[in-house]
Design a binder for this molecule. Structure first.
Ligand code: FPP
Length: 249
């Protein structure tokens, strides 16, 4: 039986989040520069998005550029921005053809003006698409996202729009960049690193974590299937006991 056939389509994660890691090390192994790794990483983004849409996953969030990534060498940062711009432009038709909506989380205003503009236009042009949302985390940091949410809520309390009494988990969720989307049920990180690196700290509360040694440019549909199969083999208890899950009590 192929890997794809081993997947139970009735128990798919609705939302998968991915920390794409290992572009630099993959390129180094090949005696190439880091930018070569990122360029090849785009193929893995395409493969993963395609595999998720074909299976019926509804949301796919990819950590494309962290708030901390601004500290990388200037040359690498500008190459990543150029690659992002090129990818958005190049993939827009494919997104539309496949009924995939583009989304973004993070401090989009901090991106170079041209990138932010193209990104917003692509989001707008694909906003009617229904099959899946591909969400790019760009200039994203989870702690910063929480600070922003706290400030937004504080302002609403200050203006009387809401009260201290109304602050609960839902209100916080609604003030995060990810508002309106379900939490990821599966987090994938490539390249053998086992960290969460300031990614979706609130939203990953109950996610299953899947780590693979494969470097990001080598991640493909088969690797995605392996992660989903592993997810389906895990028992998700949400704080309950195995017996409670088995008896439904
Ligand atoms: C991590 O590898 C990867 C990134 C910081 C960027 C991810 C970007 C892409 C895959 C290409 C652009 C994406 C889109 C959506 C257009 P690393 O550089 O940290 O690798 P290393 O840990 O081996 O150095």
């Amino acid at each position: 039986m192929s890997l794809k056939e081993q997947i139970d389509l009735t128990r798919l994660p609705k939302h998968i989040a991915v920390i794409m890691d290992g572009n630099g090390r993959w390129a180094k192994q090949k005696g190439m520069n880091r930018i070569f790794g990122h360029t090849n990483g785009v193929n893995a983004v395409r493969e993963t998005a395609e595999a998720c849409a074909e299976l019926g996953v509804e949301y796919l969030t990819m950590y494309a550029f962290s708030a901390e990534n601004w500290n990388r060498p200037q040359l690498e940062v500008s190459a990543l921005m150029t690659l992002l711009l090129k990818t958005i432009n190049g993939e827009l038709k494919t997104l539309l053809k496949n009924d995939i909506r583009l989304g973004a989380i993070g401090d989009i205003d901090s991106l170079p003006k041209g990138v932010a503009k193209e990104l917003r236009e692509a989001i707008e042009k694909t906003s009617h698409c229904k099959r899946m949302e591909l969400i790019l985390a760009l200039s994203y940091g989870a702690k910063n996202e929480m600070v922003r949410a706290v400030k937004q809520i504080a302002l609403k309390v200050q203006s009387g729009e809401t009260s201290l009494h109304d602050i609960n988990e839902n209100l916080i969720t609604e003030n995060l960049y990810t508002a309106g989307r379900p939490d990821p049920e599966l987090l994938i990180r490539t390249s053998g690193e086992k960290r969460v690196s300031n990614f979706l700290l609130w939203q990953l509360a109950y996610a299953e974590f899947y780590f693979t040694d494969v470097f990001w440019p080598e991640f493909n549909k088969e690797e995605l299937y392996k992660a989903v199969i592993e997810f389906q083999n895990r028992e998700r208890r949400f704080g309950k006991t195995s017996e409670q899950l088995a008896t439904g009590k």
